[in-house]
Design a protein around this ligand. Structure first.
Ligand code: NAP
Length: 484
């Protein structure tokens, strides 16, 4: 592994500012999804280490929350500067363990860093209120205080950004945090934590536990009485488990879960813009994004033209190792993920869908899947119901606005949606009717640190980023001041 800044290669977990092994001494291997080769081994931690990390976070919180907002902001800002300075190394680590093309990894570092910069600024804007009192001699004062120890559990698909979106607001609010990154992608999480230490974040404020037994660590993080908040990004299925586990100790819970995003192209759309939007939001990260278009609805008048133009663009997507120049689609994260895509495609084929492009594993073998476009997808196919999480664009024909809204909303998920039209009135109607937390109108790119990211229905609770994002890490306290 060639890193310009050697200090960023960490293969131990971080507890209380110390790089440590599992109590058992057992490690597990991290594999490169493009080659199957071992990159490193990290500690396989469990209950004991999770409890130790919580204790360290609790102890460190006493000092961290006493710092002024400006002191915390300055440290978080230094962390941002270091992330940007080390962008190339961090991007390389992402590609190595997660597989996405290097250009996308660089974009992820920028995107993840933007949350750190944003919340360094927001730290200084945690304002309270003075409310008119109920009597002449009383005043009502509202202050916001850090919630306490936070536990974060994150997925592998955006291994930097999904961490910074949680850690930065938590630290800005005055909380401390224990992070459990995904089993497959701990190395870049550890590198980002090392940069936080270099920036001057007090030991114990930011802890990272690595584990191949996510459920064991997760159980401690969601049931321990000293953890006051759980922030999870991952599948809806695991989100349900964590929400249930958090119930007994009444924790505040934020959930960023799965999606089944509709992407709607109306007859009056700019077709070329819609095709570019579909490429950006379907094939970025090989379709392994929660806000990926999962169902592409195309109105009947332009269906064939859109399909043809989309296939022409998808054909250009070069598949290969993320480190190879010009590659736009890397490997999928693991064999299980490829298996899921195969199942979805073969179910659609069996039920009458037409494969316009791809539809099988890529000739490179291993975890590579060929970019795929499928036409004539119907409501009875699994691909219409479940998140595919792969480079597969399913096209569904529709006739009217009312029909497509009914079908787009007919899902338990409500994360993101997209549509393309040139009709101003329709744009308002459709945007208001779509049951999702985020709507892209004539664009396939909706995520940035200034906007509230999050879903409704079974796609989650709470918002990340934006001026709303810090609220999830704060408690409101009201003081009634009498005798005036
Ligand atoms: P996942 O299987 O739910 O895993 C997410 C995290 O939870 C990982 O760290 C995983 O650890 C851990 N985990 C799994 N089972 C657990 C349990 N029983 N107790 C505690 N922790 C547990 O999801 P994924 O496959 O990594 O990520 C893909 C999913 O994330 C998709 O559904 C995607 O839509 C969603 N996602 C949502 C957003 C959003 O912002 N809404 C963003 C990105 C991804 P291991 O790695 O050890 O299994």
């Amino acid at each position: 592994m060639v890193l310009a800044n050697k200090s960023l290669f960490k293969d131990r977990a971080l507890i209380g500012g110390e790089w440590v092994s599992a109590v058992s001494g057992v490690d597990y291997d991290i594999l490169n999804p493009a080659t199957g080769e071992r990159i490193a081994s990290v500690p396989d931690m469990g209950k004991v280490e999770a409890e130790l990390a919580i204790k360290n976070a609790k102890d460190a919180g006493k000092e961290w929350k006493r710092k002024t907002a400006k002191q915390r902001a300055n440290i978080i800002r230094r962390w941002y500067d270091l992330i940007v300075e080390n962008k190339e190394d961090l991007a390389y680590l992402i590609t190595l363990e997660q597989g996405k093309p290097l250009a996308e990894s660089r974009a992820e570092v920028d995107y993840g860093a933007a949350y750190v910069e944003w919340f360094a600024e927001e730290a200084k804007r945690i304002n309270g209120d003075v409310i008119p009192g109920p009597a002449e001699d009383r005043r009502v004062v509202v202050v916001k205080q850090p919630i306490g120890v936070v536990a974060a559990i994150t997925p592998w698909n955006f291994p930097v950004a999904m961490i910074t979106r949680k850690v930065a607001p938590a630290l800005a609010a005055g909380c401390t945090i224990v992070v459990k990154p995904a089993e497959d992608t701990p190395l870049v999480a550890l590198a980002v934590a090392e940069l936080a230490l270099q920036a001057g974040i007090t030991p114990g404020v930011f802890n990272v536990i690595t584990a191949a037994r996510g459920h064991e660590v997760g159980e401690v993080l969601t049931t321990h009485r000293d953890v006051r908040k759980v922030s999870f990004t991952g599948s809806t299925q695991v989100g349900r488990i964590l929400l249930r586990q958090s119930a007994d100790t009444i924790k505040k819970v934020s959930l960023e879960l799965g999606g089944n995003a509709p992407f709607i192209v109306f007859d009056d759309a700019d077709i070329d813009a819609a095709v570019s939007g579909a490429i950006a939001c379907k094939f970025r990260n090989g379709g392994q994004a929660c806000i990926s278009a999962n169902r592409i609805f195309v109105q009947t008048g332009i269906y064939d033209t859109f399909a043809e133009k989309l296939c022409a663009e998808v054909e250009k997507l070069k598949v290969g190792s993320g480190c190879t120049p010009g590659v736009l689609i890397g490997p999928m994260i693991n064999e299980k993920a490829v298996g899921k895509v195969q199942e979805h495609v073969s179910d659609a084929r069996k039920k009458g869908a037409r494969i316009l492009l791809g539809g099988e594993r890529h000739p490179l073998g291993g975890n590579f899947y060929a970019p795929t476009v499928i036409a004539d997808v119907t409501a009875s196919m699994v691909i219409n119901e479940e998140e595919t999480f792969g480079p597969v664009a399913p096209l569904i024909r529709f006739e009217s606005e009312a029909e497509v809204l009914e079908r787009a909303n007919d899902t338990e998920y409500g994360l993101a949606s997209y549509f393309f039209t040139r009709d101003h009135s329709k744009a308002w109607r459709v945007a208001e009717a779509l049951e999702t937390g985020m709507v892209g109108i004539n664009t396939g790119l909706i995520s940035n640190e200034m906007a509230p990211f999050g879903g409704i229905k079974q796609s989650g609770l709470g918002r990340e980023g934006s001026l709303y994002g810090i609220e999830d890490y704060l408690e409101i306290k009201y003081m009634c001041v009498g005798g005036i």
